[in-house]
Design a protein around this ligand. Structure first.
Ligand code: ADP
Length: 394
């Protein structure tokens, strides 16, 4: 398929009239940015914040117009305001416009018949058709091994017989493609939804597949949710038991917004012994409590050091803090993962340890965590099913 040009996109946008000015969105200066990359289009509409809500239909019309341009694989139109551009990048998205920011490619109907039963899904946060449950992996800060844990957890859940997807929601620094050893770009069979990438028996989606490595990604607040909604909803996930979402590090406003907008069945918090001492884990817990997402538990990563030559176990950072913190905070402790060179090497080489060294103690540690996560998830699902309205046929 021939590539889409910026001119074609602008031409399509010029057919959309802003009812307030009577002029088209291009000539009236509403369109401030159009980015086209490999058929994926991002349109930025800069609007008066006071008109935010009434602009939603116009935003949608712009998406639909661009979606009709031959060769367009995906389109996201986002509303920004002058005040929003003053914020540092990646800060809080504005309050969600009524009806949601979803849409995107083709504006397909989201939420299948079973969506109401999906834990975490509701009218505001419709579920993803075919996906049984979505769990988020979060951490108080970067560098604690959250992505490494997400990958090994997803693969361990698959080893337990579950159909698993992995969504890299860290749009600032996507590391899942490298850790999963996946290169190349996703394709779209129908021109509307992308097929996820696949390796080691699980399906995977990341902004890293769509944007070249060397492209600096500058996201303004509202773009973050649009991009995430697309990565989540405009993908042919197929039938999945569980979708593991690797959240960006930290528990700031951007993460809170995501936790609020993704229909999460539960969350898992990854902590190191040090950041447990610094109470970062508690921040994570509070964040999910605020948005009523059940915390499935805490995983202690880099928990102890196993000497590769003598096998001696050293607890350099003081160990067991996560177990105590979990007990104190009334949430479950899901297990501990040692600090080990093999985990770092395999993760950075794109050969996660649970698939490259499945017989190792480390792989066993991840599988034990996955079993506990699966158990907790079953509890949440049973709880949701019990609360679901029953239809009695007489
Ligand atoms: P985050 O997602 O929290 O930023 P990463 O998963 O990218 O962290 O991990 C940061 C670095 O630490 C990576 O190089 C990774 O391979 C390494 N790492 C993660 N967990 C472990 C572990 N248990 N033992 C050794 N290295 C680890």
């Amino acid at each position: 398929m021939a590539g889409v040009s910026q001119e074609q996109v602008t031409e399509a946008l010029a057919r959309i009239v802003d009812p307030a000015s009577g002029n088209n969105v291009v000539n009236s200066g509403l369109v401030t940015d159009v980015t086209v990359k490999d058929g994926n289009v991002l349109v930025v509409l800069e609007v008066d914040p006071a008109r935010g809500e009434e602009m939603e239909p116009l935003r949608k019309a712009c998406e639909d117009a661009v979606d009709d341009v031959p060769g367009v694989l995906s389109v996201t139109a986002v509303l920004t305001a002058h005040s929003a551009s003053q914020q540092p990048q990646g800060t809080q998205a504005p309050p969600p416009p009524q009806g949601g920011m979803g849409g995107g490619m083709g504006g397909s109907a989201h939420g299948g018949p079973q969506a109401g039963q999906q834990p975490g899904a509701d009218a505001e946060k419709p579920g993803i058709p075919g996906v049984g449950a979505i769990i988020a992996v979060a951490s108080g800060k970067g560098g604690v091994g959250k992505s490494t844990t997400s990958v090994n957890l997803a693969l361990s859940l698959a080893a337990l017989g579950k159909k698993v997807g992995l969504l890299d929601a860290d749009i600032y620094g996507p590391s899942i493609p490298r850790m999963m050893g996946i290169t190349g770009r996703p394709v779209s069979e129908d021109g509307k939804t992308l097929d996820p990438m696949r390796n080691f028996g699980i399906v995977c989606m990341s902004m890293g597949f769509l944007v070249p490595d060397d492209t600096p990604m500058i996201w303004r607040g509202p773009m973050v949710m649009s991009a995430l909604e697309q990565l989540m909803r405009d993908v042919n996930w197929g039938e999945l038991d569980v979708l593991v979402v690797d959240l960006p590090p930290g528990t700031g406003d951007a993460q809170l917004t995501m936790a609020q907008r993704v229909p999460l069945a539960g969350a898992v918090i990854v902590s190191t012994p040090q950041d447990i001492a610094l109470l970062d884990a508690r921040k994570g817990l509070n964040m999910f409590h605020k948005v009523n997402v059940p915390v499935l538990g805490i995983i202690e990563n880099m928990s102890y050091f196993l000497c590769p030559s003598c096998g001696e176990r050293s607890e350099i950072f003081g160990h067991g803090g996560a177990r105590e913190t979990a007990a104190k905070l009334g949430c479950d402790f899901l297990g501990e993962i040692p600090l080990h060179m093999a985990i770092r090497e395999t993760s950075d080489l794109g050969q996660p340890i649970v698939v490259s060294q499945p017989g190792s103690d480390h792989a066993q540690a991840y599988r034990a965590v996955a079993e506990r996560v699966a158990g907790k998830l079953d509890e949440v699902m049973a709880d949701t099913a019990a609360k679901a309205p029953r239809i009695v046929v007489q």
